[in-house]
Design a protein around this ligand. Structure first.
Ligand SMILES: Nc1ncnc2c1ncn2[C@@H]1O[C@H](COP(=O)(O)OP(=O)(O)OP(=O)(O)O)[C@@H](O)[C@H]1O
Length: 660
């Protein structure tokens, strides 16, 4: 029998914390393993420090933590070859310090019981009592001449301290598990827990002789020593089976707080939950939480990666975390670093910046909207896709430096030199500067390249530059934001009005009907008004400039910018799709050969005499058809509209065959 050195009661201030610990203080009982392994890593580090100070005789062993499971006895043990403890240290650090910090934690926890505590840190060694009916410590201090010690406690405040036979310095903590906690003798469960919480701890954690943790915490390493492949491999490890990240930022600071981390911009999937943080929070390489919304700036929520900081308070409620001064500073720091990284990418590798923009742009715009400091950082690197032409192939590429010069629109470089993907992007400043002469302080934009293609083509053909502002954030938030920033500048969507540059003096002003003295324009207008027979549609005639009138649009629906925006806002507030306003303007292009012929076709009906002749009907049908086609780029058809449109299309085609 070993000598009993001491029997006693652990000092208790509150009644008895053991029942509280046992009664699921945490929902996550599993964190006990993280606590034990963390203590072992600390003990190994302490030994290293002592050795460094020359206070140890002999060699410091290769650090190692070993987990042993015994299904029969229902025991789990964690052993380390760290600093170990003397009897005095056990009394002090386990019986008094550890206990009182556990007690303090529990008081705090009970106060904040309804709040979610991040990572459940703070209970330390005593968390073992959540899963174990008996906890034993078998330890030998590295201090020369120390006596090995065995401490045991069966979950009551009573403990027993005896001498032990242990010969190897270090500590073994053995838990005899409650029957209902038997899962912790299953190797698979333990492997999973180690991978989750302790994967990046810098000491091999062995089970059945094999290290089961990765150990290498890339974020703690110096960026100078890391290659792109190191970062990519780490990303793949953290987020298997995902697309490669677009870019990453290595965070590294020790003042005014300690923080290391790597954050990645992922390719954004439509189903990403932008309210849930994706970054993993660590504290000294120990996993804390999978989502740390309180620490990441809101607009950077879908970022991924790792943040590790011992300065983030972890035993407080989440709401207290949000108000914590250090946490707020950390949030600002992350935003600033991301801004810096984007700026350097913009300046140093523009082709890459453009490549990432489609995904990264949304964050950046959101950030500019949400965070004034971030806005100041990125305002000069916000870019928009533009219709500004760039060379299509290598042969066509101008030899002179035009598109790459600073201050000009530049071109997306593709990895394949001969590829013809040549989307160009520009900053707003450059756009305004380029177009100062033709339309000062006016920006033409398009929100849907497919449905607004007719309009965009019209602008392009007349040499007007259009910006594509086609993401959700552009239309609903970013344009109003830019208008507030650039108070002089007005934004008009390509279908909001017809610029003077797009129309020319109406050539259809010659009188074509001697009986009534009406011009072709007037006749076209009357014809359309009669055919549409809808007082809410204003018909306007214009002659659109074009080098190829046959391929210019015969008619377009125009929706004034302000009216449309009000409609869009209302729709957004009501969370509905925008109702297309009944009152709108149809601009009929009198320069289009088909429109010109319409008058003649209709005139044919007059010659034929009384009633609606067949050519009158044809003109009427064609007017409706032209209107439908113009409307189609603004709104989808209802089932009824679609039916009529298809019917009319077929009738018109049939009539064409009759005329052949
Ligand atoms: N494996 C070990 N080897 C050496 N000393 C240990 C070991 N485990 C615990 N200790 C000692 O017991 C003390 C109390 O441990 P406990 O886990 O309760 O608190 P802590 O590690 O100080 O803080 P935390 O609440 O962050 O876990 C430790 O500070 C350490 O001195």
């Amino acid at each position: 029998m070993a000598t009993v050195l001491e029997q006693g009661n652990i000092t208790i201030h509150t009644e008895n914390i053991f029942p509280i610990i046992k009664k699921s203080l945490y929902t996550d009982h599993e964190i006990f393993l993280r606590e034990l392994i963390s203590n072992s890593v600390d003990a190994i580090n302490k030994l290293k420090m002592v050795a460094y100070a020359g206070e140890i005789d002999g060699e410091v062993p290769e650090p190692e933590i070993e987990i042993k499971l015994d299904k029969e006895a229902k025991t789990l043990s964690v052993s380390d070859n760290g600093i170990g403890m003397t009897a005095e240290e056990i009394k002090k650090y386990i019986n008094q310090v550890a206990f009182s910090s556990a007690e303090e934690f529990i008081q705090k926890y009970q106060k904040d019981a309804d709040q979610q505590i991040i990572g459940h840190f703070g209970l330390g060694f005593y968390s073992s009592f959540m899963v174990a009916k008996k906890v034993e410590i078998n330890t030998l201090s590295h201090r020369s001449g120390s006596q090995a010690i065995h401490w045991s406690c069966d979950g009551s405040p009573a403990f027993e301290l005896t001498e032990s036979e242990r010969t190897q310095p270090g500590t073994t903590i053995t838990l005899t598990l409650f029957d209902e906690e038997a899962e912790y003798v299953e190797p698979e469960r333990i492997k999973q827990l180690v991978k989750n919480y302790c994967d990046f701890m810098p000491v091999p954690i062995k089970l059945d002789g094999e290290a089961i943790n990765k150990q290498r915490a890339l974020w703690k390493e110096s960026p100078q020593n890391l290659t792109d492949e190191d970062y990519l491999e780490f990303y793949r490890y953290l987020y298997p089976f995902q697309d490669e990240p677009l870019l990453w930022v290595h965070l590294n600071t020790d003042y005014p707080f300690l923080l290391n981390g790597i954050v990645y911009f992922p390719k954004i999937k439509p189903d990403v939950d932008v309210n849930r943080g994706q970054i993993k929070l660590f504290c000294n390489q120990v996993f804390v939480s999978d989502h740390c919304e309180e620490i990441i700036p809101e607009f950077l929520m879908p970022l991924r990666g790792v943040i590790d900081s011992p300065d983030i308070p972890l035993n407080v409620s989440r709401s207290a975390l949000t108000n914590d001064r250090t946490v707020r500073r950390i949030t600002d720091y992350i935003a600033k670093k991301i801004g810096d990284r984007l700026k350097s990418l913009y300046n140093e590798d523009r082709a890459e910046y453009v490549r990432c923009w489609q995904d990264v742009g949304t964050f950046v715009k959101f950030g500019a909207l949400k965070d004034d400091k971030f806005k100041k950082q990125v305002e000069d690197i916000l870019i928009f896709r533009t219709t500004q032409e760039t060379a299509k192939t290598e042969e066509e590429q101008p030899k002179v430096e035009v598109q790459t010069a600073e201050g000009d629109a530049w071109q997306d470089a593709t990895p394949n030199e001969t590829a013809e993907v040549t989307d160009s992007y520009t900053t707003l400043k450059d756009y305004l500067e380029r177009n100062k002469e033709r339309h000062e302080n006016r920006v033409y934009y398009c929100t849907d390249p497919a449905s607004q293609s007719t309009y965009v083509e019209l602008y392009k053909n007349q040499g007007l530059e259009v910006l594509y502002m086609d993401s959700f954030i552009d239309t609903n938030y970013f344009i109003p934001f830019l208008e507030r920033e650039y108070t002089e500048v007005k934004f008009s969507r390509v279908d909001a009005e017809l610029e003077n540059t797009l129309v020319e003096e109406d050539k259809a002003s010659e009188i074509v009907d001697p009986k009534t003295n009406k011009t072709r324009s007037e006749l076209v207008k009357e014809l359309f008004e009669a055919a549409l027979n809808n007082p809410k549609i204003t018909v306007r005639t214009e002659s659109l400039k074009s080098n190829d009138p046959e391929n210019s649009p015969p008619a377009m629906v125009i929706l004034p910018e302000q009216i449309r925006r009000i409609q869009e806002m209302t729709a957004l507030l009501q969370q509905q799709a925008m109702e297309f306003p009944e009152e709108h303007t149809l601009v009929v292009n009198t320069a289009h050969p088909m429109i010109q012929k319409l008058v003649d076709i209709n005139q044919g009906s007059i010659i034929q005499g009384e009633g609606q002749s067949s050519s009158g009907e044809l003109a009427n049908s064609m007017c409706q058809h032209v209107y439908d086609l113009a409307l189609f780029s603004q709104k989808g058809f209802t089932a009824e509209n679609m039916k009529m449109f298809v019917q009319r299309s077929n009738q018109l085609l049939t009539r064409m065959t009759e005329r052949l």
